[in-house]
Design a protein around this ligand. Structure first.
Ligand SMILES: [Ca+2]
Ligand SMILES: [Ca+2]
Length: 425
């Protein structure tokens, strides 16, 4: 008996070194690497340098020991630039992918190379993530909003998904598939601006939920397929409750600089890095479910530190035992949120915020923390009514010899000053 136990222990190390799970993705612009999706993935101030990541880029950055999307390269087919197993094609719908996989010498022959390359590589991968639907519902959203979905649209979508799956199965009958359901695109600022009535958006939400119910039942008998619930993630965005990632309360909107605490990229539709990381976790859950793997989802701390690039802040706040790490918490009630305390290297647990010095003119002097400048900006703002605020103009900003800055208030009128701390793009 003892001998048997020893034998098992000796065998264990041989089982341990697992290869990363090779993931093929069939999708749209949500899956195409943001590195190749200018201009929306880059800030207005630096339009050639993407500062956001999509779900694949986030997982590749933090889980490359577990997940392999293929080598980064240039491919002479629909993949274009990016990971070898990533077939993310901007603008793609379910219908598009059904066309590609249904192409022949007579029908859509321009897609034949892609079709063959994709199907031929099914033996090289461990799982397929089928991630389309956002573009399908976006193009019909106006009708869903008017509670008058285009007749046959749902049926056509489901038929296209079925055809895609059947074509993959014809090539490799047991290929594991993670099917991403349809997001409620009414969660995006883009759709909301064009469809401003929240009550009618609820009609659209109900139609998309219905489509997802039908999608789930259409594939429920497939033993090698798991549906993941992207719709649930969009529901979280629509929920009025705050959505937090670790210490960061995410802003459910967009920003032209693609700052990391906004959920959407600057063109108001694509999820920005933080939301993309949450999508990645949803898909990791699907991969684990269909393959029986135990790949760890990204933790909030990892996302905050490595995806939202807040590690310098997290390291700094950790040097104050007992301090709440929340960026916007103000435990010492001195008016500076923690991120502002970091930006000025003041004490998060001791009231020491810079104060306006009376005088003619009155001024606000503050010392930006050089260790924080890559993480958070410091912007002096002024107001005459406490309602509208604007940056203090440069000609009233002075650099002092001790590296502090002084913002002078306008002379002769009642004015107020404050400091703003936007996260660095
Ligand atoms: Ca404070
Ligand atoms: Ca303080």
């Amino acid at each position: 008996m003892r001998g048997a136990v020893v034998l098992v222990l000796l065998l264990l190390p041989a089982l341990a070194p697992a290869q990363p799970t090779r993931v093929m993705v069939i999708g749209d612009s949500m899956s195409e690497e943001y590195a190749h999706e200018l201009p929306f993935s880059a800030p207005d101030s630096n339009p050639l340098n993407p500062n956001t990541r999509n779900w694949i880029e986030s997982l590749d950055a933090l889980r490359s020991a577990d997940l392999d999307f293929g080598s980064d390269g240039a491919y002479p087919d629909l993949r274009g630039l990016g990971f070898k197993y990533n077939w993310g094609v901007p603008g793609a719908t379910a219908e598009f992918w059904a066309e590609v996989l249904g192409s022949s010498l007579l029908d859509d022959p321009q897609y034949l190379t892609s079709k063959f390359n994709l199907l031929n590589s099914l033996d090289d991968i461990d799982v397929v993530v089928l991630f389309v639907g956002g573009n399908d519902v976006s193009s019909d959203y106006g009708n869903l909003y008017n509670n008058a979905p285009s007749p046959g649209e749902e049926d056509a979508y489901l038929a296209h998904i079925r055809f895609i799956i059947e074509t993959l199965r014809d090539e490799r009958s047991d290929v594991p598939i993670v099917l991403v359901n349809v997001p409620d695109v009414g969660a995006t600022p883009d759709i909301q601006e064009d469809h401003p009535d929240p009550v009618r958006r609820l009609d659209a939400t109900a139609h998309i939920a219905d489509l997802n119910t039908r999608l789930a039942s259409a594939v429920m008998d497939d033993p090698h397929l798991v549906v993941v619930d992207l719709f649930a993630l969009t529901t979280l965005i629509l929920d009025p409750a705050p959505l937090t990632i670790g210490p960061v309360t995410m802003i459910k909107s967009y920003d032209r600089e693609n700052r990391p605490n906004f959920l959407f990229c600057k063109e108001k539709f694509h999820p920005a890095s933080g939301a993309s990381a949450l999508i990645g976790n949803t898909i990791v859950g699907g991969i684990n479910a269909v393959l029986g793997t135990t790949i760890a989802p990204l933790t909030d701390t990892e996302i905050a530190a490595r995806i939202l690039e807040l590690k310098p802040y997290l390291d700094w706040i950790a040097t104050f035992p007992g301090a709440d790490a929340d960026l916007i918490a103000d435990p010492d009630r001195d008016g500076l949120p923690n991120i502002g305390e970091f930006a000025l290297d003041t004490h998060p647990l001791s009231p020491d915020a810079p104060a306006i010095a009376p005088g003619v003119p009155a001024s606000l002097t503050y010392s930006p923390n050089p260790m924080a400048s890559d993480t958070v900006e410091v912007i002096a703002e002024e107001s005459t009514n406490l309602q509208s605020w604007s940056p203090v103009p440069f000609f009233r900003l002075t650099s002092n010899s001790d590296a502090s800055l002084s913002a002078e208030l306008p002379d002769g009128i009642r004015a107020f000053a404050r400091l703003g701390f936007p996260l660095a793009p």
